[in-house]
Ligand binder design. Structure first.
Ligand code: PGA
Length: 255
């Protein structure tokens, strides 16, 4: 893993934004895997700023990690709406190029298989943006998700429901299920950008980077991925044993 500890989430997001914006410059029809939540918001601002300054996103294709099950696209808390509001409506991307699982799919199994097939038909994900849950989830792959899992319906943990309750009137209103790309799906992306900010992620970050590879912490599967770049703020990096080495390695990357 290529680990960068930054003084702030702003700086981390600027670096991750450069990776994505440069990739769009090089490949205008880039396939991006995208995430929701608080974590990628500053990164999305970097993409929006680049687009306002002339970077063409019109041919970029996107696939989101997940969506709440049972929630229609126009629901105020749907991930489709989150993406439209926080990113897509501010880019010149073609709406038909943006994909988010359909939380109201009638035949979930068929929908999940079709989502996987669409990713494949697009040529696979070039760069996958990831946050981490306080329980180590990536996408909605909760602890005990198979590290070979594919897109499917999943049951959220109580921890995730309580973490996400801040967006709903109460924890009772948070959906119990979601549709999520699997860990195996995520591992097929050519590059993964894992962004982790804040003290409440420090334990999960330590498990993901320095713990054993385990379905107990699904983000730890990224240790098997050949090009994962991790961007941390100081708070999220606080519990890492080899922090000083990661800083040294980042300052002395082979050119
Ligand atoms: P957050 O969520 O960005 O809102 O902290 C991350 C996640 O649950 O993957």
């Amino acid at each position: 893993m290529d680990i960068t500890i930054c003084p702030s989430a702003e700086e981390a997001s600027r670096l991750a934004g450069e990776v994505i914006n440069n990739a769009v410059r090089q490949k205008p029809d880039l396939v991006l895997g995208l995430a929701t939540g608080s974590t990628p918001l500053l990164l999305y601002k970097e993409m929006i700023a680049a687009c306002s300054n002339g970077l063409d996103y019109s041919r970029v294709r996107t696939f989101n990690l997940d969506e709440y099950y049972g929630v229609p696209p126009d629901h105020p808390q749907s991930y489709r709406k989150f993406m439209n509001d926080n990113l897509f409506s501010h880019l010149n991307i073609a709406p038909e190029n943006t994909h988010v699982p359909d939380g109201k799919a009638r035949d979930v199994t068929a929908h999940c298989a079709a989502y996987e097939a669409e990713i494949k038909a697009a040529g696979g994900v070039d760069i996958q943006v990831l946050g981490i849950g306080s329980d180590g989830h990536i996408g909605f792959n909760e602890p005990a998700s198979s590290l070979a899992s594919r897109t499917r319906r999943v049951t959220l943990t109580r921890q995730t429901i309580s973490d996400n309750a801040r967006f709903f009137a109460s924890a009772d209103e948070v959906p119990r299920y979601a549709i999520s790309m699997g860990v195996g799906t995520i591992l097929e992306a050519r590059t993964c950008l894992l962004l982790c900010f804040g003290a409440n992620k420090a334990r999960a970050v330590r498990g993901a980077i320095e713990g054993g590879i385990s379905q107990f912490n699904p983000a730890s599967a990224l240790q098997l991925h050949p090009d994962t770049r991790v961007y941390l703020d100081e708070e999220a990096a606080a519990e890492l044993d080899l922090k000083e080495y990661y800083r040294w390695a980042a300052e002395n990357r082979p050119q």
